[in-house]
Design a protein around this ligand. Structure first.
Ligand code: GDP
Ligand code: IMO
Ligand code: MG
Length: 424
């Protein structure tokens, strides 16, 4: 069997959690491959909203296995809080969640370093989620990290003290006050909880499952425009969010990849700093934020909102090799008289559809304007019943991107989903 990859094509928060949950019945295993508690993946069913940070979004299906792969960075304190919260809803979780021995740990001092570094940057800050992501991946590539498998070592406490000591040395150069003990208690409780789970070499685990005919869905976090290589650097996260990241973040070969399922919102949002060509600072932006309830699932920050950016979407499709597009939040656009879609950029008077290297390029979006639809589409479950203006909207996107839109999400609930093709 091949491994399918579902990932975000914009600046994160595209609705990955909702759709992973919705298509999980078609898979045996759901695996996270990068990111960490910076992710906030929301999903809803039975009128309850859940927000997952580290745990894969397949966890609510009692017959599915879930994997935290080697590419993920784990904060044990967040892990414990999340597992405690899930207990009433996700039975038998210690058996159904497997953790990679190779996943790096986020230490309390990584979180403090993240905060201290953002504080020092002032107005030029990244706008990180303050979860310690950047410092943890820095230690990983600097070959100084602690990994999940290390928690079983007899000298783990000593390894922890050594790593923390180095961080404290660095922090002494910052004008930043903090209370390490406040973080440490929950962190060590989390370490104890992690020991109750299966810590395995998940690269073998996943490849053996594939060989035995099991189907795997890799769940991305963040989005392509936040990728450390291809996003709007330095206003990005610290991992490879693109499909190639699933290979390194789980230990699967490129030839094992099947479908790449790319998720995008019918408009764009971004939290944190950095370029956002179609951002709307006016009342239309405010309307998108209010109607779409655009507030961060991890930090609660208001998300910046703007029209759909097709050059950025096409860039993401190219980088990921997207084979199917899933569109979310289509319902949010209901009632807009006109809907704009950015088809190219004007940069210094030149029309282009390429994403520039420079972050400070003065980009003027060029828009195509389409007629909107008046009535609420959130109750529709069959594609044919969607308004003709809506079909024109998605037809335009499919033609521009040359990839079919096979799922349309019209609300946050699991059920509020239109499948254009039968899954598996
Ligand atoms: P993720 O990080 O990609 O999983 O996305 P988030 O959960 O951070 O943000 C998506 C938000 O939109 C959540 O509040 C979801 O409940 C909500 N959502 C997902 N799909 C839809 C949809 O089709 N329509 C509406 N109105 N909300 C949606
Ligand atoms: P999900 O998986 C949206 C953004 C932060 C910041 C930048 C770097 O829910 O889509 P970091 O804490 O990673 O060092 O922050 O990346 N960011 C996200 N934005 N959704 C996310 O995850 C994000 N994870 C990080 O706001 O701009
Ligand atoms: Mg999110």
């Amino acid at each position: 069997m091949k491994i399918d990859i579902l990932l975000g094509l914009q600046w994160g928060d595209e609705g990955k959690g909702k759709l992973v949950d919705a298509i999980s019945p078609g898979y045996d295993v759901i695996a996270r491959f990068q990111g960490g508690p910076n992710a906030g993946h929301s999903l809803e069913f039975n009128n309850i909203k859940h927000i997952l940070h580290l745990i894969p979004s397949g966890i609510f299906h009692p017959d599915k296995m879930n994997v935290i792969g080697n590419g993920v960075v784990i904060d044990p304190a967040v892990f414990k809080t999340e597992i405690d919260g899930l207990a009433p809803y996700a039975p038998d979780i210690t058996r159904r969640l497997v953790i990679s021995t190779r996943a790096n740990l986020i230490l309390p001092t990584h979180r403090i370093l993240d905060a201290a570094s953002e504080h020092r940057k002032g107005t030029s800050k990244i706008g990180s989620t303050l979860k310690g992501i950047g410092p943890a991946y820095t230690d990983k590539t600097g070959r100084a990290g602690l990994r999940a498998g290390d928690i079983m070592r007899h000298n783990f406490r000593q390894l922890y003290e050594e790593a923390t000591g180095k961080h404290l040395e660095t922090l002494s150069g910052f004008d930043f006050t903090f209370n390490l003990a406040e973080y440490e208690k929950g962190w060590f409780e989390g370490i104890e909880m992690m020991k109750e789970f299966q810590l395995v070499n998940t690269e073998y685990y996943i490849n053996r499952l594939m060989t035995s005919g099991k189907s795997i869905l890799a769940e991305g976090a963040q989005g392509t425009m936040l990728d450390v290589d291809f996003g709007t650097y330095p206003f990005v996260t610290s991992s490879n969010t693109v499909s190639a990241g699933a290979c390194t973040g789980l230990g699967v070969a490129p030839a094992s990849v099947g479908d790449v399922l790319g998720i995008f919102k019918a408009y764009c949002t971004r939290v944190g700093s950095g370029p956002f060509p179609t951002e709307l600072g006016d009342e239309t932006g405010a309307r998108l934020r209010d109607t779409g309830r655009e507030y961060g699932a991890t930090t609660g920050r208001p998300r910046r909102c703007g029209w759909l950016d097709l050059p950025a979407l096409k860039y993401a499709i190219m980088l990921n090799g997207v084979t199917q597009l899933y569109m979310t939040k289509a319902d949010v656009l209901s009632g807009f008289e006109k809907i704009k879609i950015c088809t190219s950029y004007k940069i210094n008077g030149t029309d282009t559809a390429d994403i520039p290297f420079e972050n400070d390029a003065a980009i003027e979006p060029v828009y195509k304007e389409l007629g909107g639809w008046t009535h609420d589409i959130s109750g529709i479950r069959e594609f044919d019943r969607l308004p003709s203006e809506f079909k024109r909207f998605i037809g335009f996107i499919e033609e521009y991107c040359n990839v079919p839109i096979t799922i349309i999400s019209v609300g946050p609930d699991r059920e509020e989903t239109i499948f254009r093709v039968k899954l598996l």
